[in-house]
Write a protein that binds this ligand. Structure first.
Ligand code: KG4
Ligand code: ZN
Length: 389
C-alpha cells in the first residue's frame, strides 16, 4: 500500500510517500517547504500568509515527492484540464497550478491520500484538505483525514531497520499502557495510550503551549523565529558565573496533569523590564535567560510526566512534537526515567521527524485505515479530538 501524507496545519507544507508492506514501513520520499523566513518578520505564524504560501507550495512539493519516489510520469498527450472550480473555488492560485499539473502527469500508483484535518490553524488546514480532496476526486483514490497529534505520537514508535529508510512500528502488547507527552508550538498534552488508536487525554495546557512559550520568549530576546532552536542554542552556550535568574515552574506541584506557560512568559517579561538596557542587550544576559527558560519548561514537563508514570503504572513513555527536538528535554527525561523507573521503555522520534512532516500523517492514516476508519466528510478544526478516539 502506498500512502500520500499531506500536512499544512501550520507553517510547513510537508508531503511524504510511505509504502507499507506487511510489517515494514518504507519512506519513499518526503519534502517540506518551510515558511520560516516569511513569518520571522512577524515573530510568529500569520495564518493568512501561511494559507497563501501553502497554495503556492503544494503542487511543487507534490511534484518533488513523486519524482523522488520515481512515481512521476508525463502523460503521452495532454488530455484536457480537470475542472477543479468547485473543489478549489477559494484557492484560485492552487486551482490553476493543480489543473495544469494534473493535465500533464499520469495518475500515480497511490492507494490512499491522507491529510491533517485537526488541530491546527484553520485557514492553513483548509488549503491542505481541499488540495487532498481535489487529488482524491481526480485520481479516484480514497481519502482519510487524520489527527495531527496522533501523527506526532506514532513516529516515536518507528524502529529503524537495517536497510535504509525502512522501519517497523513497535506495538507489542507488553508496551502498553503507554504515556505520551506531546509538546509542540500549538499543543502540550499528556495522553494515556492503551494500544494503537486507543487514547485518553489526562492533561493539557490551559493557555500557551510549551513551544509557544519558547517562541514568545525568543521574540522578546530578539532571537528570531522559531524560538525553540534559538533558545536551545543560547542555553547551551551559558557559562557558569553569568547572571543568575530564577523563574517560576508554573503548576509543577498541582495534583492534575495540566500545564500553564503564559505566566512563565510574563515572568520573563518582568525580569527583562527591570534590567538596564545595557544588561538586556548583553550576550551573557540572553544566554542566562535562555538557559533558565529552557530549564523551567523542562522541569515542569518532566515532573508531570514522571508523576503520571508512577500513578498509571505505564510500561512505556513516548514523546512527540517539535519541542522534542530539544536535546536537553530528551536526555533529561530519558535519564530521570531510567533512574526512577528502569523497567519503563523510553521512545522519542528521530530529530528530523519531531517537527511537522508528511510521514507522520501517512503513518497515522495507515493505522486508522487498518482499524477500518473511513472518511465521510473532513472538517478543519483548531481543536484536538484525540481524547475522543
Ligand atoms: O510540531 P511543530 O513542528 O509544529 C506544531 O505542531 O506546532 O512544533 C513547532 C514548535 C515551535 O514552537 C518551535 O519553537 C519548537 O517546536 N521547537 C523547539 C525546538 N525545535 C523546534 N523547541 C525547543 N527546542 C528545540 N530544539
Ligand atoms: Zn506539529
Amino acid at each position: 500500500m502506498i500512502i500520500l501524507g499531506i500536512e499544512t496545519s501550520c507553517d510547513d507544507t510537508a508531503l511524504a510517500l510511505l509504502e507499507v508492506q506487511g510489517e515494514t514501513y518504507r519512506i519513499l520520499s518526503q519534502e517540506a517547504s518551510s515558511q520560516t523566513a516569511l513569518h520571522k518578520k512577524w515573530g510568529g505564524v500569520v495564518p493568512n500568509l501561511a494559507q497563501r504560501e501553502h497554495q503556492r507550495n503544494l503542487v511543487p512539493v507534490l511534484k518533488k515527492v513523486l519524482e523522488e519516489a520515481d512515481l512521476l510520469n508525463k502523460k503521452k498527450s495532454e488530455k484536457g484540464t480537470p475542472d477543479l472550480h468547485i473543489l478549489l473555488e477559494r484557492e484560485q492560485e492552487l486551482q490553476k497550478k493543480l489543473s495544469h499539473f494534473l493535465s500533464q502527469y499520469e495518475k500515480p500508483p497511490i492507494d490512499l491520500i491522507s491529510v491533517t484535518s485537526h488541530p491546527g490553524l484553520e485557514p492553513a488546514l483548509w488549503v491542505g484538505i481541499n488540495f487532498a480532496k481535489a487529488l482524491s476526486a481526480t485520481w479516484n483514490i480514497p481519502l482519510l483525514g487524520v489527527d495531527h497529534l496522533e501523527g506526532h505520537l506514532l513516529v516515536s514508535l518507528l524502529e529503524e531497520e537495517k536497510s535504509n529508510n525502512s522501519f517497523r512500528l513497535l506495538h507489542a502488547p507488553e508496551m502498553f499502557p503507554a504515556l505520551a507527552l506531546i509538546v509542540s508550538g500549538g499543543h502540550t498534552a499528556l495522553l494515556l495510550m492503551e494500544g494503537l488508536g486507543v487514547y485518553r487525554m489526562i492533561g493539557e495546557t490551559r493557555d500557551d503551549a510549551a513551544g509557544e512559550c519558547f517562541d514568545k520568549v525568543a521574540r522578546l530576546l530578539s532571537l528570531g523565529y522559531p524560538g525553540g532552536p534559538a533558545i536551545a542554542k543560547k542555553a547551551a552556550e551559558k557559562q557558569s558565573g553569568e547572571y543568575s535568574i530564577v523563574l517560576p515552574r508554573p503548576m509543577i506541584h498541582t495534583k492534575d496533569y495540566d500545564f500553564s506557560f503564559s505566566g512563565l512568559k510574563t515572568a520573563v517579561l518582568y525580569d527583562f523590564q527591570k534590567r538596564s538596557s545595557q544588561v538586556k542587550k548583553s550576550a551573557s544576559y540572553v544566554r542566562a535567560m535562555a538557559k533558565e527558560v529552557e530549564q523551567a519548561i523542562c522541569d515542569v514537563l518532566i515532573s508531570k510526566t514522571l508523576k503520571a508514570v508512577q500513578e498509571y503504572g505505564v510500561h512505556t513513555v513516548l514523546m512527540g512534537g517539535g519541542v522534542v527536538a530539544n536535546e536537553h528535554l530528551r536526555t533529561e527525561l530519558k535519564n530521570l526515567l531510567h533512574k526512577d523507573f528502569p523497567a519503563v521503555l523510553f521512545r522519542a522520534p528521530n530529530i528530523p521527524l519531531c517537527t511537522d512532516n508528511g510521514v507522520m500523517i501517512a503513518i497515522a492514516a495507515f493505522q486508522n485505515w487498518e482499524q477500518g476508519k473511513r472518511t465521510t466528510t473532513i472538517q478543519a478544526s483548531s481543536h484536538t479530538t484525540i481524547s475522543e478516539i
